[in-house]
Write a protein that binds this ligand. Structure first.
Ligand SMILES: *[C@@H]1O[C@H](CO)[C@@H](O)[C@H](O)[C@H]1NC(C)=O
Length: 104
């Protein structure tokens, strides 16, 4: 029961954050400079048991993303079916620096 409640909480949190971010966006909804419509480019690299390395498209997305901002979503990422540990391994795989506060 406790697990179910926790999941629900995380999900609610994610949705609320998402709404807060999407509101105020003038054109394309973005999360930390990442267009939500493009988030799927990175999805294969952050889900599943043996994810493939990130694609060029995913890396260029990561390059323009505000990683510091993305860190704040660490807790909420599972609601997007994204494994936080994998998500924050991505910048490194793309030869980018992961913000120190992002260590998982
Ligand atoms: C990135 O996000 C952080 C935290 O939300 C913010 O303080 C910072 O100004 C942002 N940086 C850029 C370049 O947008």
């Amino acid at each position: 029961m406790a697990m179910a409640g926790e999941r629900l909480l995380v999900h609610c949190l994610a949705v609320m954050l998402l709404i807060a971010l999407v509101e105020g966006a003038t054109n394309e909804p973005t999360i930390c400079n990442i267009a939500l419509t493009k988030l799927k480019l990175c999805r294969p690299a952050v889900t599943g048991k043996y994810p493939p390395p990130p694609t060029k498209e995913c890396c260029s997305l990561m390059k323009q993303a505000n990683l510091t901002c993305l860190c704040k979503f660490k807790e909420a990422l599972p609601a997007f079916e994204i494994d936080p540990a994998r998500a924050f391994a991505l910048p490194k795989k793309c030869n980018l620096r992961t913000p120190p506060q992002c260590k998982v």
